[in-house]
Design a protein around this ligand. Structure first.
Ligand code: SAH
Length: 244
């Protein structure tokens, strides 16, 4: 099985096209994932078009074409709960001048990503093992990132508590969502009031192959965050800030 190229679809949906080197790296990543997936269950998404849409297109749709990002700069990016490396890996491949940290609490997944990084020679990506609630308090990570990404990790208000401690003031958190409900927005706004952030853009998109609904929520960190966030492991999920 081989990945489709779909240059026209990239162009029409995101006004952007991958180059040959990027296409080759994605293909290599895909082959590595298929190989490992025979031994451990990394992802259910393995069929070529499915992988292209849900892992490549979706990962990039969250970060391409934003007028509030300075793409030329060497941005520091954190992917929280990266799993098999999404959305971080496809982004690291197309922005070699960005520095990416891929964070997950599962050792097994991080080990696999380390294999991918070696196979793909992706020197701009590194992995971090741990819980966001702990790593977010370490000085080498706290308030040091320009961009924080979260896909399929937790409720929006919980994601906000995970990501804001990592961001510099002015940094952006990107929440990758499917449907977007008014109630989620109320909860997120409530949490952001306590954490020191605000929603700056909600971008609805349809995926180009199956027309599925996607929403990308962009949250800007507006003030320095209190030392009490993130709260202890598990607390953000058990007692979301939004319920206060
Ligand atoms: N972002 C990937 C994986 C989603 S699954 C994708 O969209 O394909 C959620 C992942 O988040 C899991 O790998 C889990 O280990 C990790 N995770 C959940 N809560 C976390 C936390 N508090 N800190 C670090 N990783 C977490």
């Amino acid at each position: 099985m081989e990945l489709p190229i779909f240059k026209d679809i990239w162009q029409n949906s995101l006004q952007w096209q991958p180059n040959q080197e990027q296409l080759e790296k994605w293909e290599k990543l895909y082959q590595e994932i298929l190989l490992i997936n025979r031994q451990i269950n990394l992802t259910r998404i393995t069929e070529p078009n499915d992988f292209w849409e849900k892992h490549l297109w979706d990962s990039l749709a969250g970060v391409i074409g934003l007028n509030f990002l300075s793409y030329k700069d060497s941005l520091k990016v954190l992917d929280i709960g990266t799993g098999a490396g999404f959305p971080g890996l496809p982004i690291g491949i197309i922005f070699p001048h960005w520095q990416l940290a891929l964070l997950d609490s599962t050792q097994k997944k991080i080990k696999v990503i380390n294999l991918f990084l070696e196979a793909l020679k992706l020197s701009n990506c590194q992995t971090v093992i741990g819980r966001a609630e702990n790593i977010g308090h370490l000085s080498q990570h706290r308030e040091t990132y320009d961009l924080g990404l979260l896909r399929a990790v937790a409720e929006p208000s919980v994601c906000a508590e995970y990501v804001l401690p990592f961001l510099k003031v002015g940094g952006i958190g990107v929440l990758y969502r499917g449907n977007w409900q008014k109630e989620e927005e109320l909860n997120l706004n409530n949490a952001l009031k306590q954490l020191g952030g605000k929603i700056i853009l909600i971008k609805p998109l349809k995926t180009p192959l199956t027309n599925s609904v996607r929403h990308f929520i962009y949250v800007k960190k507006t003030t320095k965050i209190s030392d009490k966030y993130p709260r202890a492991v598990g607390v953000p999920k058990q007692q979301p800030l939004s319920s206060k």
